[in-house]
Design a protein around this ligand. Structure first.
Ligand code: PMP
Length: 410
């Protein structure tokens, strides 16, 4: 590739949209490059452990789809997604206890990431406000920035969003003239905190948003990856008319297929899926057909049980190692599911700097700042237990604990 002459690069710089300035590489992606070094223990990546999938079976069904339905599988499809997959998504949602949804509510998307983008496209003007947890998913924060939307954190504790804090925040922001469009929330096993919104708070959160005329965007890619405890009702089950629910096959099957979905209130449905069509025309047909065949021909619920057994054991290994090795000054969350544990270090320790030392000491993680809409997570970090085995987790936590002890003593 030849570099553009400096004058052209400068001229193009002047053409950039205001929006482009807000589009950044996520910190998770930065660390992803590092995680390819095999000498490092990576507790950074939230990649599902796909080695557990029935790969031979998936190879066969993919080959069969091409042989038997090639022209259709490789053709453009409906912007809504295939009829078969939309029907099956109803069953997947039922497995999570969501029964008040019909095929007409469901649009297939290019991962739930694109559903977030569609929501911003439909609802947000530059300068609008959305509410979210602190910390929250870095990919959503990046989308908000790209749409020039202010992400305002709402107070949380170990049981997730605090209803009174939500009320107070809405009052305060409106008094300051802000225009709040929706609450973006990850009620189950938040990425990065691992925290789950308590069952008894859910009805109240839903009621507050409805009373205040604020839509809810419920992002639930990890809901079925529960290792203990009782599942709480989804917000979508509690208020189907005021919640856009975003689901994904990324964590229960394969993220590389880039297939997720949104269940959208009837009166918003057309606007929502047209926003998706304007970007991608349609979700990938072949990938939808692979997922349909997988759901039809494989015991996908049994597969999730297998995953849950594996991830539970890895979570337990991480919790045990944290209890054994971490200095007492460091606190951490105890997730009932999902992929992540969130560590809080004493104030003054910067986890970006710690990561540089981690690279030398052979362990990597994601510094907390990237996940924080308030910018107050410099002393926090995210660990993922999903993609490495128990012994490696213990080794990684031990290396990290050594670094933390030195940082605390310094
Ligand atoms: N939401 C959350 C909370 C996530 O953690 C992720 C992926 N890490 C996504 C959305 C994006 O998922 P998808 O692969 O379906 O786009």
């Amino acid at each position: 590739m030849t570099a553009a002459p400096q004058s052209l690069a400068t001229a193009h710089e002047a053409l950039l949209s205001d929006r482009a300035a807000g589009i950044k590489q996520s910190a998770v992606r930065d660390v992803f490059e590092l995680s390819l070094d095999p000498s490092l223990v990576s507790l950074a990546g939230g990649n599902p452990f796909l080695q557990l999938l029935p790969l031979e079976k998936i190879a066969q069904l993919t080959s069969r789809i091409i042989t038997e339905q090639g022209p259709e599988a490789l053709q453009y499809g409906s912007g809504l997604g295939t009829a078969e997959l939309r029907e099956q998504i109803i069953e997947v949602m039922a497995a999570e206890g969501i029964t008040n949804v019909t095929v007409d509510d469901v649009v297939v998307t290019n991962g739930s990431q694109s559903a977030q983008d569609m929501a911003c496209k439909v609802f947000c003007n530059p300068g609008d406000t959305v509410l979210c947890e602190d910390p929250t998913y870095v990919g959503a924060l990046n989308t908000f920035e790209a749409y020039q939307v202010a992400a305002r954190p709402v107070g949380t504790d170990d049981n997730g969003l605090i209803p009174d804090a939500l009320r107070e925040r809405i009052r305060e922001l409106r008094a300051a003239g802000e225009h709040i469009k929706f609450l973006y929330t990850i009620p189950n096993f938040n990425n990065p905190s691992g925290i789950t919104l308590a069952a008894e708070r859910r009805q109240e959160i839903v009621e507050i948003c409805r009373e205040e005329g604020i839509l809810i965007l419920e992002d639930n890619p990890y809901g079925m990856l529960r290792y203990e405890g009782q599942a709480a009702p989804t917000l979508r089950s509690l208020d189907p008319e005021n919640v856009i629910y975003m689901g994904s096959f990324s964590k229960i099957f394969a993220p590389g297929l880039r297939i997720g979905w949104a269940a959208v209130p009837t009166h918003l449905f057309r606007r929502f899926y047209l926003a998706g069509e304007a970007v991608a025309l349609c979700p990938p047909t072949l990938n939808q057909m692979i997922i349909s065949a997988y759901l039809n021909e494989h015991d996908w619920k049994g597969q999730i049980t297998k995953y849950n057994d594996l991830y539970r054991s890895r979570r337990d290994a991480m919790l045990q190692a944290l209890a054994q090795y971490l200095p007492a000054e460091v606190s951490y969350t105890r997730p009932e599911g999902g992929f992540f544990i969130w560590l809080t270090l004493p104030q003054g320790i910067d986890t970006y700097e710690l990561l540089q030392q981690g690279v030398k000491a052979g362990v990597i993680f994601i510094p907390g700042a990237a996940f924080s809409p308030s910018g107050q997570a410099d002393n926090k970090l995210r660990l993922a237990f999903c993609s490495v085995d128990e012994a490696t987790i213990a080794e990684g936590v031990q290396r990290l604990s050594g670094l933390l002890s030195s940082a605390i003593e310094a």
